[in-house]
Design a binder for this molecule. Structure first.
Ligand code: FES
Length: 96
């Protein structure tokens, strides 16, 4: 059975999206359906920095280095392109 999760963008006019378990956000979020912008989509450029509420896998070493630079001390910061969905999420932008 496929689990479907809801992604919300609080504080924006974007409607919630529903995606199946395990889907990668960078493959499904676009400029039309979300406020999240992507660049490299491989976890290197930091363009897709977001704040996440929900269950997401802890960042790997490379991602953590980028997060430490872009959003030091923020435990909810993630690179959206590195998120494979495993729960409902609330995503917000992290502008400096
Ligand atoms: S799009 Fe470049 S780090 Fe996510």
């Amino acid at each position: 059975m496929l689990n479907v999760y809801t992604i919300e963008f609080p504080g924006t006019a974007y409607l919630p999206l529903q995606l199946e378990n395990g889907q990668n956000l960078s493959e499904h979020l676009t400029v039309h359906n979300s406020p999240v912008l992507f660049g490299c989509r491989t976890g290197l450029c930091g363009t897709c920095l977001v704040g996440v509420v929900g269950e997401v896998v802890a960042p790997g070493e490379e991602q953590q280095e980028i997060l430490d630079n872009l959003a030091p001390g923020n435990p909810s910061a993630r690179l959206a392109c590195q998120i494979n969905l495993s729960s409902d999420l609330q995503i917000s932008s992290l502008t400096k």
